[in-house]
Design a protein around this ligand. Structure first.
Ligand SMILES: Nc1ncnc2c1ncn2[C@@H]1O[C@H](COP(=O)(O)OP(=O)(O)OP(=O)(O)O)[C@@H](O)[C@H]1O
Ligand SMILES: [Mg+2]
Length: 221
């Protein structure tokens, strides 16, 4: 089982949107997926309550000390991918989930105030001794200005952080799908948001070296 932690200093940076879109893309690709929602706001949990489908399973746990045990349970339940969503401005939680992660994703909006929080994000990743596993991803990038995206990318690199080679533009489908208990790939499968979500998942899958689920099932049989 691989663990992806989605962290960030700033509220509203797309952490839950990234976590839940990845979870659904992974399910659609045939993986067994679970999400831990460590945010007291419970956004991922509320998303699940709006959802008709019964997967991916979402567990609420705001106590970082309980995470190692939950991760063990998920692994023993044959979960392929565990995604941990975190609150903004919660250093202790971000540190705890970073320590446990195979991949840390930190979505950030390409605005001055948001990019300025990357120093704190880097500190967390460094304290967790996970610089190799830590990646920043631009989200809510306005489609109208390439300059903003370019400056955002330069800022991430300026902090000495790795940049995910995929981004989520500002797209209504990301917002609408979340409020309907869906992911972009379910809400408008042929839309651009869905395309971006699938591209991000394909990259995550490669980085984690997730085995092809159809081959794994044959091996298990
Ligand atoms: N790429 C996007 N395009 C359009 N809207 C987006 C995008 N990403 C996120 N949003 C919207 O922005 C808001 C914040 O996103 P989200 O809840 O994913 O952020 P968060 O980092 O989890 O916030 P919090 O810190 O409160 O947990 C939500 O209303 C969401 O629907
Ligand atoms: Mg959130």
């Amino acid at each position: 089982m691989k663990v992806v932690s989605v962290i960030g200093q700033k509220g509203g940076s797309s952490k839950s949107t990234v976590a839940l879109n990845l979870a659904v893309c992974a399910e659609q690709a045939g993986y067994s997926v679970a999400v831990i929602d460590t945010d007291p706001q419970g956004s991922a949990h509320k998303w699940f309550e709006r959802r008709e489908a019964e997967t991916p399973s979402i567990v609420r746990e705001i106590d970082p000390d309980a995470l190692p045990r939950l991760i063990k349970i998920a692994a023993s339940n044959k979960t392929d991918l565990l995604i941990v969503d975190t609150p903004g401005k919660a250093e202790a939680t971000a540190l705890a989930v970073s320590e446990l992660a195979d991949l840390i994703l930190a979505p950030v909006k390409p605005t001055q105030f948001d990019l300025e929080t990357l120093g704190a994000v880097k500190r967390t990743i460094r304290i967790a001794e996970k610089m190799d596993a830590g990646w920043v991803m631009l989200s809510q990038v306005p489609a109208s200005s390439k300059k903003i995206a370019d400056e955002g990318e330069a800022a991430v690199q300026g902090y000495g952080l790795k940049l995910v080679p995929h981004k989520f533009m500002t797209r209504a489908d990301f917002a609408y799908s979340m409020s309907s208990g869906l992911a972009a790939t379910e809400f408008e499968p042929k839309g651009k948001a869905a395309e971006e979500a699938r591209a991000l998942f394909a990259w995550v899958r490669g980085i984690l070296g997730l085995a092809d689920p159809s081959k794994r099932k044959l091996a298990d049989a």
